[in-house]
Design a protein around this ligand. Sequence first.
Ligand SMILES: O=P(O)(O)O[C@H]1O[C@H](CO)[C@@H](O)[C@H]1O
Ligand SMILES: O=c1cc[nH]c(=O)[nH]1
Length: 234
Amino acid sequence: MTVHIGAEPGQIAETVLMPGDPLRAEWAANTFLDDPVCVNRVRGMLGFTGTWKGNRVTIHGSGMGMPSLSIYANELIRDYGAKTLIRIGSCGAMQEHVGIRDVIVAMTASSLSTPSRGIFRELNFAPCADYGLLNAAVEAAKGTGATCHVGGIYSSDVFYDERPDLTEMMTRHGILGVEMEAAELYNLAARHGVRALAVLTVSDHLLTQEALPSEDRQSSFGDMVQIALEAAFS
Ligand SMILES: O=P(O)(O)O[C@H]1O[C@H](CO)[C@@H](O)[C@H]1O
Ligand SMILES: O=c1cc[nH]c(=O)[nH]1
């Protein structure tokens, strides 16, 4: 047990899928895993371990924002031995050609700041996905009905942004979408020598103002879960 995760030693799998929403973790575990067991309830941050095609998998919430994800990812890697961490998140689209419910596989994640900034100091570290996972996710996406985009995303510290100039700048530079955790997940994976990827589903569109309801964000983004599972065990 750690400060934030109540699982016993051995109850967390080496492969962990991490949605921001703990209720998405519960939905995904009940929908995709065989024999899911709840292994964490501390602070309501639900985690479940089960099997997918015979492979052990944990699906554990990260909470919203990089400081929250950092707590869970650190404990999962350092205390429970997680080796592959795949974020399964929602995001806002920042390009006209990216639509609601499309899937984005994040090669890299720009940010204004991350919790690792104090460690990197003057270094402008470029967080990047594990190439093997990324390649496998792109292949897996071809077998789903999802339209899949691959490229850079933006990991923001805020959901309610007040910098339209920054959004415009990122759109002009090809950033596909905005979310709030991937950059720090990639930083931590690099630091600890483990594999990481973010597979995202577009829930909002920053250019058209379209937005899906919370129930859809919680319990309907199955393509990204399927892609993440296939990538993890390819
Ligand atoms: O749907 P999740 O995975 O939580 O991801 C996105 O949704 C939350 C904001 O609504 C942030 O965590 C953002 O990264
Ligand atoms: O962080 C997020 C997630 C979904 N949609 C957004 O606009 N931002």
